[in-house]
Design a binder for this molecule. Structure first.
Ligand code: DGL
Length: 269
């Protein structure tokens, strides 16, 4: 691939850009908006191309570049890759080729590995994340001596993207993924996909009380704040921010997951 370092002029009043393969990264957007209520935000839900998790790494990279270019065209000052699959497969390339800050999200193996008493943790993530070099590196670094039960969440993202979050189909799928982990006595379940926090109410009903669920949403929002502070890019304006969420798929499903609280629009990208 041709390498071209792209320079971007950045001002603190520009928006934060967030992208995901679909509506899952809205779980990250909500954490960011809660922590940084002054910030203008632009969100891209690439639902037309969801799921990313089953695609080859080269295609995940191309889709991540496409989303990044669009967020740059829209004047973003920082980009949050609100997708574990895109982070683990593309963030190194994005950081090397564009001179604005990128925040990524990775499965939070470290806190689970540090705190487990049974020395066994479960991780639910996409095939693209679990097979990535970055995931293996993180896992080797923090989870040596810990049994990590990896489970590909095949089918979960398509169900969420088609509005079947609370369906019997979802319950059956989750049961089949959790059973092998529970047999091995996990005490932490790491959610390695930004779609999965929407499953937490259902997962809490299905898991024993002594299994804790970990997701990285708040940590990503805190990291976004820290990086904006470091680069003097926090928006100091006091007027209410502009928040726009674009989808190239169903707006109904996006609006439902957002409880109709934010401005959304269809965009062909
Ligand atoms: N939200 C994406 C992630 O965090 C979902 C991946 C997919 O589209 O398969 O990995």
């Amino acid at each position: 691939m041709k390498r071209l370092f792209i320079f971007v002029v950045i001002m603190n009043t520009q928006p934060i850009g967030i992208f995901d393969s679909g509506i899952g990264g809205t779980s990250i957007f909500k954490e960011i908006h809660t922590l940084l209520p002054n910030e203008h935000c632009i969100y891209l839900a690439d639902s037309k191309n969801a799921p990313y998790g089953d695609k080859p790494a080269s295609q995940i990279l191309q889709l991540s570049i496409k989303n990044t270019k669009l967020l740059l065209d829209k004047g973003c000052k920082l980009i949050v890759v609100g997708c574990n699959t895109a982070t683990t497969n593309a963030i190194a390339y994005l950081r090397a080729n564009y001179n604005l800050p990128f925040i990524g999200i990775e499965p939070a193996i470290k806190p689970a590995a540090l705190n487990t008493k049974t020395k066994t943790i479960g991780i639910l993530a996409t095939k693209g994340t679990l097979s990535s070099h970055l995931f293996h590196k993180t896992s080797d670094l923090y989870a040596s001596g810990i049994k990590v039960i990896e489970q590909v969440g095949e089918g979960i993202v398509p169900l969420i993207e088609s509005g079947k979050l609370h369906s019997d189909e979802m319950k059956e799928l989750l049961t089949s993924y959790l059973q092998p982990m529970l047999k091995e006595h996990i005490d932490y379940l790491v959610l390695g996909c930004t779609h999965y926090p929407y499953l937490i109410p259902m997962l809490k009903k299905m898991l024993p009380k002594d299994v804790s669920i970990i997701d990285s949403g708040l940590a990503v929002a805190k990291q976004t704040k820290a990086i904006l502070e470091k680069h003097h890019l926090l928006n100091e304006e006091k007027s209410s921010p502009s928040i726009k969420l674009y989808s190239n798929g169903s707006l109904d499903i996006l609006n439902t997951i957002l409880n109709h609280q934010f401005e959304t629009a269809y965009l062909d990208f």
